[in-house]
Design a protein around this ligand. Structure first.
Ligand code: GTP
Ligand code: SPV
Ligand code: MN
Length: 608
């Protein structure tokens, strides 16, 4: 089906089967952006094959050696388009206070004018793909629907791997289901005679959210959360706004089913900031004998009180967009297995055999690598061969540790919630909150060292409440209040999940991680489960309950190291509280009084 620049309607025959409002929106966007063609996607294999051949021809994808990595491809991005751009991410609520001080706000009508100006003819010479998708199991009461239009075949293909792309979504919308409009353009129109580049994008970038209209407009980037709009833009920023209204939570959390040696299972939901260990935790191979971890989700969880009053969770996604560097046989063997084929890699290095490589996959970089920028790798340069935010996109169905319940429409009952961050000092390996409200305070005051997942200074400590700083679609103070209210709701019918805090990233005087992490994090899971079962006493400290000891059997880790991992240094905690207080102060009158009360109580406990 081909549309010339002036044609803006979709051929009659195929329109009939489509919901009028989606078609109307697509027509309107096509009229604005002037694509050569409009293609409706439904998530089929033949569609994926077509997208792949288009991108092999344009040089966007390089096929990997099929004997080593079947049906797998490498994409190299433009050097300026390698991570989420938080400074170009906007929440365009009518009232700036509804976006709050932690978000960039712009007036929605001004932003619309800007975006419509940029979008005008932005798809000239390209194909507009219409991608209908469901977040969560189709037909589940916990799921939501959306449609993304994009002029990037790379994005259309990635969406197929990461969410449930289905034509059925269109009939559900036709039957009246609400849906989120996701507009995406790389902002690189082609005029007659222009030769395309492998990774089209634009130096001007906007990732704009209109929470009152359930609408997202993304312009100028094709990378990750900037462009795969169901992920952070919908499932967190827009969904968090919907969730507050409807009485649930949209969170930056992994979701796992843990089974103890006794054969009892628990669901844990854990919020860590970007590149702080969610995927690795979600696929953990426990070093402790008898324990099993199965994967439900690795990045986003939607949590909602079920009919029985218990907190239930689903993973709205259907795939991974995981950090490649650091992934190895030693750290995450399940991921290495999962990536056997059917995977799109972005910004990894390429080996001379036509396979992928990244820092940490093996100790030594192999000879003859091509860097993520397509240059021969000079091992003496000190430059990494893969970009630090290089990623893999792959469907959840390939995950060898996938839990059977992963697409249960009812969701799974959450037993414990864990907050974590990347902290070289101050924060112990694990602690347990005194109660729900104290747990909300811990979540509200999480800080973490910045990573390559977004622009910014690496290693700089910043407050990242609930690991949601870049992902909340409304006022942070209102969000804390919502978390506190969720506790009230859950207490009416039962007991809210217990709340814990972890930190795998404490360093010694030489700057080395003290804790081995990865599979050995199962030792911390054991302590958490022991706490849930009331099997183990704990040490009362200013920040909550901490372990008297952790099971170190089979580990080469001395008592001194364990003491260093569990240490609570009152002076360091006091400094951290001062920093947290300064951050909380920026929320002004929207900060719930209860959070201030928790801060004061922590200070009082510290003085005891
Ligand atoms: P996003 O996809 O950005 O949300 O990241 P994530 O939270 O899923 O982080 P991921 O599991 O991909 O880990 C990011 C980096 O941290 C990788 O390089 C991992 O190897 C490393 N990492 C993960 N878990 C641990 C751990 O327990 N200890 C140490 N030292 N590093 C870890
Ligand atoms: C994150 O940054 O938390 C990610 C990667 O999961 S992205 O999809 O780019 O947001
Ligand atoms: Mn993430």
């Amino acid at each position: 089906m081909t549309l010339t620049h002036s044609e803006t309607t979709i051929p009659q025959k195929t329109t009939e089967a489509r919901p009028v409002d989606v078609a109307e929106w697509v027509n309107e966007m096509a009229a604005l952006t002037s694509p050569d063609r409009v293609v409706w996607c439904e998530g089929s294999t033949s569609e994926a094959d077509e997208l792949i051949s288009t991108m092999l021809a344009s040089g966007t994808l390089t096929q990997l050696n099929p004997e080593l990595r079947p049906k797998s491809y490498l994409a190299r991005s433009a050097p300026s388009d390698v991570a989420r751009v938080e400074s170009r991410t906007f929440i365009c609520s009518l009232d700036p206070d509804d976006a709050g001080p932690t978000n960039n706000w712009q007036d929605p009508s001004e932003m619309r004018t800007t975006l419509r100006g940029l979008a005008k003819d932005s798809m000239r010479g390209r194909t507009l793909y219409v991608v209908p998708f469901a977040m969560g199991p189709l037909g589940s009461p916990l799921s939501k629907l959306g449609v993304q239009i994009t002029d990037s075949p790379y994005v259309a293909l990635s969406l197929q791997m990461m969410v449930r792309v289905s034509g059925d979504v269109l009939s559900m919308i036709r039957s009246g289901a609400s849906w989120v409009k996701c507009f995406h353009s790389v902002g690189a129109p082609l005029n007659d005679g222009d030769v395309d580049v492998a990774w089209p994008c634009n130096e001007t970038k906007y990732i704009s959210h209109f929470p009152e209209n359930l609408e997202i407009w993304s312009y100028g980037s094709a990378y990750g959360g900037n462009a795969l709009l169901p992920k952070k833009a919908f499932a967190l920023r827009i969904a968090s706004v919907i969730a507050r209204k409807e009485g649930w939570l949209a969170e930056h959390m992994l979701l796992v089913k843990v089974t103890s040696p006794e054969g009892k299972s628990y669901t844990l939901a854990a919020a860590f900031p970007s590149a702080c260990g969610k995927t690795n935790f979600a696929m953990m191979r426990p070093s402790l004998p008898g324990w099993r971890v199965e994967t439900l989700g690795d990045d986003i969880a939607w949590l909602r009180p079920g009919r029985d009053g218990k907190l239930r969770a689903i993973n709205p996604e259907a795939g991974f967009f995981g950090v490649a560097p650091g992934t190895s046989q030693a750290t995450n063997p399940s991921a290495m297995e999962m990536l056997w084929g059917n995977t799109i890699f972005t910004n990894t290095a390429l080996t001379s055999e036509g396979d992928v490589w990244w820092e940490g996959m093996t100790k030594e970089a192999p000879e003859g690598l091509t860097t993520w920028q397509g240059e021969p790798h000079d091992k003496t340069s000190g430059q990494p061969a893969a970009h630090p935010n290089a990623r893999f996109a792959v469907g959840l169905s390939q995950c060898p540790t996938l839990a059977d319940e992963w697409d249960d429409p009812e969701g799974v009952v959450v037993d414990a919630i864990i907050f974590g961050g990347r902290r070289s000092t101050t924060v112990p390996l694990v602690s347990e909150a005194l109660n729900w409200n104290h747990g909300v305070f811990l979540g509200a005051t999480i800080a973490s060292e910045r990573t390559a997942a977004a622009e910014g200074t690496l290693g700089e400590v910043r407050r990242d409440p609930f690991a949601m700083l870049p992902f909340l679609g409304y006022n942070m103070g209102d969000y804390f209040a919502h978390w506190l209210e969720m506790g009230d709701t859950l207490r009416v019918t039962g007991r809210p999940p217990r709340i814990f805090q972890v930190n795998w990233f404490r360093r010694d005087a030489n700057g080395e991680f003290i804790w081995p992490g990865f599979g050995d994090n199962s030792r911390v899971i054991e302590w958490i489960v022991d706490r849930l079962e009331g099997r183990v006493a704990a040490r009362p400290t200013a920040i909550g309950w901490t372990p008297q000891t952790i099971n170190l059997e089979g580990l080469q880790l001395g008592e001194d190291a364990l003491q260093a991992l569990l240490e609570i240094d009152p002076a360091a905690i006091a400094r951290d509280l001062d920093d947290a207080e300064e951050f909380l102060g920026t929320l002004g009158s929207r900060l719930p009084a209860e959070i201030g009360r928790q801060l004061n109580q922590t200070r009082e406990r510290l003085c005891r």
